[in-house]
Design a protein around this ligand. Structure first.
Ligand SMILES: [Zn+2]
Length: 123
């Protein structure tokens, strides 16, 4: 399935989740339907910081509809850490990082090798 975008409400929800979790980090698995990312699946457990968040990548559900992941960077850095790049390839093709202060444009999308990629926002 070619993923062509993320639903606007889904992106809003992710930013809200970032605000709610702040100053902690959250991580979620994103699934798509008909090529649009429209579902956020929180992984079991509570996440408290950058290190523990990444443990949850190992618990990814195996579904053909998994499009990627999203996690927050409470420090506001919209770039993948070295740890992120190690884990991205296990988790689908599109990896969102949202950062403090979690405004509408405080997010980026990355490929599994950590390159920034453009993904449309679908109304
Ligand atoms: Zn990270």
């Amino acid at each position: 399935m070619t993923v062509r975008g993320i639903r606007k409400e889904t992106l809003r929800l992710l930013l809200q989740m970032g605000r709610d979790a702040h100053p902690n980090e959250f991580i979620a698995v994103l699934t798509e339907r008909d090529g649009v990312i429209d579902e956020v699946n929180l992984l079991p457990g509570t996440v408290s910081n950058e290190d523990s968040a990444h443990i949850f990548y190992d618990m990814m559900p195996l579904s053909t509809h998994v499009a990627g992941s999203c996690h927050s960077h409470p420090n506001g850095v919209l770039r993948p850490s070295n740890t992120d790049i190690q884990f991205f390839p296990r988790t689908g093709r599109f990896h969102f990082i949202i950062g403090y202060p979690y405004r509408e444009n405080d997010w980026r999308c990355f490929t599994p090798d950590g390159e920034q990629c453009r993904l449309g926002v679908v109304e």
